[in-house]
Ligand binder design. Structure first.
Ligand SMILES: [Fe+2]
Length: 186
């Protein structure tokens, strides 16, 4: 069966009950779509991959040793191509034990990671609105180790591996999340 965006979201909410994770997946979808547009890749496929990348996070209890390896099983009824499943698996290189190597791998790892960082930056603002944040302050906070300490800066920096420098990557990601600000509650 081919998976539509609606069906993908339905399937995601079947396996992910935490609202914050759903929001993270929606933000990742938006960033992946924007990256695909920027790089001349297939927007639907990249968006779908962003949306589904954490589908097994609750099934695996977010265990870094297995998270992302179970996604294929949960999505087995759909005709997802191997590249999509591979990118999903490879976003957690701790589980695969293999370094990321393709544009698609790096885009997902960098894209899904920056969403958390932007989210954290937005929450510092008095109105907690993504509309209010400045690109520069995201950049500045990246250097503060204690800020959003759980967000892996190295993963964000993988944007350079897809030919996008950090400043542009921040701008593109903030803009993409702004487009879906209602859905992601920012
Ligand atoms: Fe994620």
């Amino acid at each position: 069966m081919k998976i539509s965006r609606d069906l993908a979201l339905l399937k995601l909410s079947e396996h992910v009950k935490n609202e914050k994770t759903i929001v993270h997946c929606l933000a990742s979808e938006a960033v992946m779509r924007a990256l695909a547009r920027r790089l001349g890749e297939d927007e639907e496929r990249w968006g779908l991959t962003g949306l589904l990348h954490d589908i097994d996070v609750e099934v695996t209890n977010a265990d870094p040793k297995v998270h992302a390896l179970k996604a294929e099983e949960l999505l087995s009824e759909f005709d997802l191509d191997e590249e999509i499943l591979d990118a999903i698996r490879m976003h957690n290189d701790e589980a695969t034990g293999i370094p990321r190597s393709t544009k698609f791998h790096h885009a997902l790892a960098a894209g899904e990671t920056i969403t958390g960082f932007i989210y954290a930056t937005t929450l510092v603002y008095p109105d907690k609105k993504i509309e209010s944040i400045k690109y520069k302050s995201v950049r500045k906070r990246m250097k503060e180790k204690a800020f959003a300490a759980g967000v892996n800066r190295d993963h964000i920096m993988e944007c350079e591996k897809i030919g996008i420098q950090l400043d542009e990557f921040i701008q593109l990601s903030v803009d993409a999340m702004r487009e879906v600000s209602d859905e992601i509650g920012l």
